[in-house]
Each structure stands twice: as C-alpha cells, then as structure tokens.
Ligand binder design. Structure first.
Ligand code: ZN
Length: 674
C-alpha cells in the first residue's frame, strides 16, 4: 500500500537505512557503483545494487529475467493512465531530443532536456507527488521552432497541453465540493461526471462475501449517453491489449521457471486475468500469490494501487520483481524467536507486559526490477493485496526492500548533511561505519518487537488516546528499539557487531528529533505528522530530563550554530528506558490526559529561532527532497537451442539512456487509447 511511500519521503532523507555491514558474498562491492546518477529540479536519480543476484540458481535468474521483461512491457500503460496526452508528450519530446539540430549546450535546449527528464520521472506531465502539472522552462517559441527544424510534427493541441498551466492543471483532484472526475487530468474516466461513475459502480457492485473488484482493471467511458466499461485485457478489443499481450507472453516464459506449485498457479491466474480481464481471476491470482511463501523470487505485476483514481477504484499499473534477502530475513527471525526474553527484560511495569509474546517475522527482499507506477519513484515496502477480505481470510505479504534503503543511505553519504550538523568527525565516522546497519536494526526492533510488546489493561482501547494514539504508539515502538539496541543481548545474538555500534543511532535519533527533522517543516508551522512528533517527543523529553550537574546529553552553541553533544551514552539509554516505562503506562491505561501533556509539551511546538538557523544551514546543501532509481540491465545468455543458460547484470546505464531504450524497445501502445 502506498502509505509506505509517504513514510519513505518523510523518513528517509534523514533516517537513512541500508544493509552494508551484513555478511554476504559480494561480487560487486558498494564502492564499485556510482549511487548518484542524475539530479534535476527537486529530484535525484540513484542506482541500486542487486546483491546476491549472481548467486541465484539459473532457474531463479531466468525467472527474474522474464518477470522483468513482463514488468517493462507495461511501462506505456501507466503513462496513459496518468493522462490522455502523456504518451504523445513523451514521444514528441523524445523525438525532438534525438533529432535536435541545434547546439546541445544551448540554454533553451538544456531547459527542455530537464523537462523531458521530469516527464520520465513522473510518467507524465504532473508532479509525481504534488499532483500539479509542471511546464517547461524553455519558451514555447523555441520549442515550436526546434520541433520544426528537427522534423517533429506538433499539433497546437499538444503545445497547449505542454505549455498552458491552465490545461489539465491537476492529476488527481481531491477538493471537497468539486466534481472529482471533471477536475482531474488522470485518464480513468472519459466524459462522465463523478455522480454518473459512482452510480455505475453502485449498480455493478459485487456484494458477495468474496467480491470481485469491479473497476480495478477498466476505464469508464460515456459515448452517446451510454456508460461503457472498457476492460484492460490482452484479448479481443481490450484496452491496452498491445502492451498486455507482451506482458502475457513473458509471464508464460516465466511460468516455466516457477519455483513452487503455488507460484505456478499464481502466474497462471495472472496470465488468465490479463487475457480475459475478469476480476474473479484476479481474486484467484491474489489468493495463490499470498499462499506462495516458499519461492525465493517473487513479484508484483498488474493493476494494483488506487491512489491515482480520484474515486479510489481502478488500479495503476505497476511491477516490482524481487527475491528474498536471506541474511536480513534471518535477522528478523532471530529477533522474533527471542521476543519473550525482550518482553520480560524491558524496563516497563510487569503488569503492562505480555505473558506470552510473539514477535513478528519480517520478510526482507532485494528489488531486481522496478516498473510502471513503482518507477523511477519507488516505495520502500510492499504490503499487499489491498482487498481486506483476502488479507483476513488468506493472509497478506508485507516486506521491506533492503537494497533500495541501502542505495538511499549510500547516496546520502557525502551530501554534506552529517558534516554540517554532527558535532565532530567522530560521530561522522561512526555513521559511515555503523549507520546503515544500525538504521536497519532500528527498523527491525521497532517493527518485529516494539509494536507487539506490552498489553492494555482490561477495558482499555487503543482509541482511548484519540488523536495522540499514533504518536504514542510510534514512540513506544521507537523507545523499545532504542532501549534494546544498546543491550549486550544483541551482540550475543549476532545482530550487531559490537557494543559501540548503537551509539551512531542514538546520536542520529536525538539530533533528528530535536533539530534536523525540522528542515522538512515550513517556517512558522508546527510538527504535525505522528512519526515526526514521536521523534520530537523522545529527543526533547530526554534533553529535558538530563542530570543538571552532569548532563547525559545537551545542545551546545558553537560559533552561532547549535549542536547536539552526547556525554554519556549508557546514561541516555537509562533515560530512554524511563520514558519507555512512562509511555507504556500511558498506552496500557489509556490515560488521554497524560498523553496530551506529553505531546503538547514536547512534540508539537517549534522554536522559531532554532528553526530559522537549521533551514539556513540546510538549504545551501541543495539536497533533493524526492528520489528515484535507474534499473540495472539484464543480459540473457542463450545456448544453441535458444534456451536461456545465464543472465548477466550490469550497472552502467544512465538515466536518459535507460528511458530512451525503454521507449524504443518496450513501447507498443498507440498515442491515444480509447
Ligand atoms: Zn511504527
């Protein structure tokens, strides 16, 4: 579910996660790869590694390869779903880019190139996150003239779509009171009002216990007063058939390499669904897919998240091919196998502890190919399927993607953030040595143990803390993690390499909560988001409760700049433990009044002078708020019989080269799809 993308944007610029420091066979060392690939507007393009790919079996590599081909063939679909003219805009701009007759150092050309890069990033002409249309900074006159000289045909209609900010201004309109369909530029409906679409869905709704998801894979069109459902499918006159035929052909090849019977069934059902388009087949596919827990290689492929549809019904096309990261997955297994020990030894009051505590085992994966709505901008977690009845009756899969968080972390090294805000070289060196691993360990402790620990008193409900419930819940999980990452038990379990490693996360956590996370807030605004409130609460509470003579941690001023200084790490751990006991009691007893006090005193307000200082130190660093990826290149090697015998992986393709290649090799849809 896309929620995790939002967490990514909120957390990762500063949290930084990763998986260096893990013991694994590495054929490509991290330093061999250029993690930072490109930078334009508010966007940065990164490269990710696919560790362990070389160690997959030939069959697993073949499976990754054909699933990746099936992923790439869907690329045009997301462009068309995001807007009726997107494919035409992309193709026109690519044709100009490739046939341009003038000087490529010319300022107007460079502005145009930036625009094209942004179209690729957004899979269309609207900002991938803010949903607003962006227009080129080159002039319309230059663009018209350049197209003419390059022999690129250009309709006036298209020029307006590209240059006029008032044409299709918003991809997805969510303003209450407006007709959401008429004010949204996305292409899931044509000619209908919101009321007409809602009436159609109501009329066709499946009210059975295991309902078909009507509208997941179709577009509603009004023609001559009639509402028609155009289904996305490869057979007959199916919408997007030209792309789905290739998707199906590659899924059929992948089928030969399925690792388990469940996976084979899942792929078969997905093929049938893509062919025929019946949502019943989608249900059968989703159920087979959640039941396949053994295969190392796994995938998402198809019409999935519904955030792009103003009515939240039709799925945007996306794909992610991946395989299990066994090292990281084992780490979460170890933690959850020891869940009771952690519960019994926590500093909370015994009456708030669970008598029987089971940890959560997280599956960690390595992404091997990103496509459609997952590319170039990508979620760092997957939590599917979306249908609640499937989740309840058959289960779901929730995974984190370690090699993408690693790429974020590696790319952030040297962006100047730590050098500006960390108090000395020692803390910077710890971050380089342990930062990526400890931030993974923090997430694991938080997710696998923190949220599941503790119990509510009889009659108390999670909702008793009302609007502060999620802030306190996140603080509880964070504190549980922070308290334990410094425990010798983690060294004993082999989770952390030594008894110093936790210090980098402690430093980061306090600095971020007290200071650096504020750079993401506009001057004059309060802290609103619950993860940010949780971090502020923890850091400011600790700083307010230090020893007055020998403070465990403090903010000091040096040359007009403020820095965090930690004097006593074990002492900070004691304070984390004390706050954990308090927060656990508030949650366990549902003490709303105390929750309000904690949140209002420590988690909301922003000191305007400090805030101004932090922003003035942050802005010159020029760090991009949004990040996306280029994929690796997979090269199949065939034997004389034409059978795939190996797949080679390369990390040398640039951002522009990748998009031009995809447009050349994987672009079967017509300009306009009705
Ligand atoms: Zn959480």
């Amino acid at each position: 579910m896309r929620k995790q993308l939002i967490i990514l944007v909120a957390a990762l610029t500063l949290v930084g996660c990763g998986s260096i420091g893990k013991k694994r066979v590495q054929t490509v060392q991290p330093e061999d790869i250029e993690y930072n690939v490109d930078r334009f507007y508010d966007l940065a393009i990164l490269r990710y590694r696919v560790p362990d790919f070389e160690n997959l079996t030939t069959g697993q590599k073949a499976l990754v390869y054909y699933l990746s081909e099936a992923a790439l063939w869907g690329r045009d679909i997301i462009y068309d779903q995001n807007g009726r003219y997107n494919l035409r805009v992309r193709r026109t701009c690519e044709a100009l880019y490739q046939n341009y007759q003038g000087n490529r150092e010319d300022e107007q050309f460079l502005l145009f190139e930036k625009y094209l890069k942004r179209v690729w990033f957004s899979n269309g002409i609207h900002h991938h996150y803010a949903e607003d249309k962006f227009v080129p900074e080159c002039t319309e006159a230059w663009f018209r003239q350049a197209c003419k000289e390059a022999g690129v045909s250009l309709a006036d209609e298209l020029v307006r779509v590209i240059f006029d900010p008032s044409v299709m201004p918003k991809k997805v309109c969510q303003d209450a009171g407006k007709d959401l369909l008429l004010h949204s530029a996305c292409n899931y409906y044509d000619g209908l009002t919101q009321a007409e679409a809602e009436a159609w869905y109501e009329q066709h709704k499946d009210t059975t216990a295991e309902p078909r998801w009507i509208g997941l894979n179709s577009k509603l069109i009004k023609r001559n007063g009639q509402v028609i459902e155009r289904v996305y499918r490869s057979e007959g006159d199916g919408l997007y058939r030209e792309a789905l035929q290739h998707v199906v052909a590659n899924l059929e090849k992948a089928l030969e390499y399925a690792e388990t019977d469940e996976q084979r069934l899942a792929i078969q059902k997905l093929i049938a669904f893509n062919r025929i388009g019946d949502p019943q087949l989608y249900n059968e596919y989703a159920i087979a897919w959640v039941r396949d827990l053994k295969s190392r290689v796994d995938f998402v492929n198809g019409f999935t998240e519904v955030y792009g549809d103003p009515l939240g019904i039709t799925g945007a096309w996306e794909s992610m091919v991946n395989f299990r990261d066994d090292v990281a997955t084992d780490r979460t297994r170890t933690l959850s196998a020891n869940a009771q020990w952690f519960e019994d030894n926590s500093p909370t009051d015994p009456k708030f502890k669970k008598k029987e505590c089971r940890g959560v085992t997280a599956k960690v994966i390595t992404a091997a190919m990103l496509a459609g709505d997952c590319y170039p901008s990508t979620p760092i977690g997957i939590n599917l399927p979306n249908a609640n009845w499937i989740r309840k009756n058959y289960g779901s899969k929730s995974v984190t993607i370690a090699n993408l968080t690693e790429a974020y972390y590696m790319a952030s090294q040297g962006d100047g953030m730590n050098e500006e805000f960390y108090i000395s070289d020692l803390e910077c060196a710890w971050a380089k040595k342990y930062g990526s691993l400890m931030s993974d360990v923090h997430v694991d402790l938080h997710e696998c143990l923190g949220h599941g620990s503790g119990q509510l008193m009889p009659g108390v409900s999670k909702d008793d803390l009302k609007e502060h419930g999620s802030t306190l819940e996140e603080a509880r999980a964070d504190l549980f993690s922070l308290y334990y990452m410094a425990d010798p038990k983690l060294v004993e379990l082999g989770i952390v390499p030594d008894e110093e490693a936790y210090k980098t996360q402690y430093y980061h956590q306090l600095l971020n909560g007290a200071m650096t996370q504020l750079v993401r807030i506009e001057l004059g605004k309060n802290i609103e988001e619950s993860h940010m409130r949780d971090r502020a609460l923890i850091a400011r509470w600790v700083l307010a409760h230090t020893d007055s003579l020998k403070p465990e941690a403090q903010i000091i001023e040096r040359d007009g700049k403020h820095y965090l200084q930690i004097n006593d790490y074990p002492g900070v751990r004691r304070l984390f433990g004390q706050l954990l006991a308090i927060v656990q009691e508030v949650v366990s007893t549902g003490n709303y009044e105390r929750a309000c006090q904690l949140v209002e005193e420590y988690a909301v307000k922003v000191d305007p002078d400090l805030h101004r200082e932090l922003l003035s130190r942050y802005e010159p660093l020029g760090i991009a708020p949004y990040k996306g990826f280029v994929n690796p290149v997979y090269q199949p090697v065939f034997d004389e019989q034409g059978k795939l015998k190996d797949v080679l992986i390369r990390y040398d393709e640039g951002y522009t080269a990748q998009h031009l290649r995809y447009s050349r090799d994987y672009s079967p849809l017509p300009d306009i799809n009705d």
